[in-house]
Design a binder for this molecule. Sequence first.
Ligand SMILES: Nc1nc2c(ncn2[C@@H]2O[C@H](COP(=O)(O)OP(=O)(O)OP(=O)(O)O)[C@@H](O)[C@H]2O)c(=O)[nH]1
Length: 383
Amino acid sequence: MLGLDDEQVKIDNNPLPAMSMKQAELIEKIKQEEENEAKKRVSLVVVGHVDAGKSTLMGRMLYELGELSEKEKTANERGSQKVGKSSFALAWGLDALGDERDRGVTIDIATSHFDTANRAFTLLDAPGHQDFIPNMISGASQADLALLVVDASPGEFEAGFDRGGQTREHALLVRALGVRQLIVGVNKMDVVEWSQDRFEDIQDSMQPFLQAAGFAQEKTVFVPVAAMAGVNLAHGDEPKLRAWYNGPTLVDILDKVDVPRRPLDSPLRYPISNVFKGQSAVSSGVGVSGRLCSGVVQVGERLRILPGDETAVVRKNRDKLGLRFPTSVLQKGVHAEVEITLRAPTQSNSIRAPVIPLEPAHINKEMGRILLRRGGETVAAGE
Ligand SMILES: Nc1nc2c(ncn2[C@@H]2O[C@H](COP(=O)(O)OP(=O)(O)OP(=O)(O)O)[C@@H](O)[C@H]2O)c(=O)[nH]1
């Protein structure tokens, strides 16, 4: 009557095995996706002074988390040696960047992913070299959490933390770009024979600085590690360390990290644009003009207000409490509310300035944080 013969009815009642496998796969995939969704997503940026051990730490940790095979690990260790002072993503081929890896430079931000039991991490590449600071900023401007790696070796911690070292600059930058939560990985503990005194000295020297930089004490965790031997990354089984340290491993800390929501209530936290994504608009000559934004910046270096002929003009200056400064210079360390105007380049061949997209920082971190750089130096950062 409906034109169905016996065979067809049979087939309908007994779906082909191939179909059922596909369905099962699909269901499994959806389940997996739902599970991943349930995990809290966290963007992590890894920063620190040159040679603190960022590449080694991340590579080793990813290996222990099962993100790199033994073969990849060996290949990447060799690659890392060959490339030398490159970023960890390059060194460890996290994105198999090919060309960039060979050239030992990174062109734009590289991202990679890894999971702990309860968190799904996006790892933002932040090369440690002075020349790569714009890339680091791209990474930090999107991050929820920063891992600052310091070298516990005698003299090395001091070299990185003293003036000229990058430990302070990186900490200041990530905070100024809106990252509130910090893990300090005190690395190369094997070199100092797992000394509790050394670990505590480092913690004591850094804590006041980090608090002054705006990292609340309860949002700052110090963890002793030895990246090369893989101690206290995923497993804390070194007896000399366990003799005095009963705290969590780095992976445990990452797994429990509670990423704070960005406050929306402060009147001074009005968002401004990420003007200098990747590269300084000033030095790259990207032409932009018009009143761009206003917001709060932390001044890293002395910043002159209303300089005659520069691309970025800072017009307004006000301290955190809303008091106007009676000066045209912002001193290092202050938080100031500023209004920034960018001018089109003055060269005769310049074409009309492109429009810079703006987003409130609480909606889009990357487009809500800014950095002012002059002559290769960071003069202010904020959101
Ligand atoms: N003894 C010891 N050496 C380590 C440890 N971790 C890293 N190193 C060594 O420290 C050196 C620098 O390590 P990298 O991982 O390249 O450091 P980095 O911070 O990524 O360096 P840049 O990318 O140049 O900023 C290498 O020779 C590593 O083998 C450690 O836990 N103990």
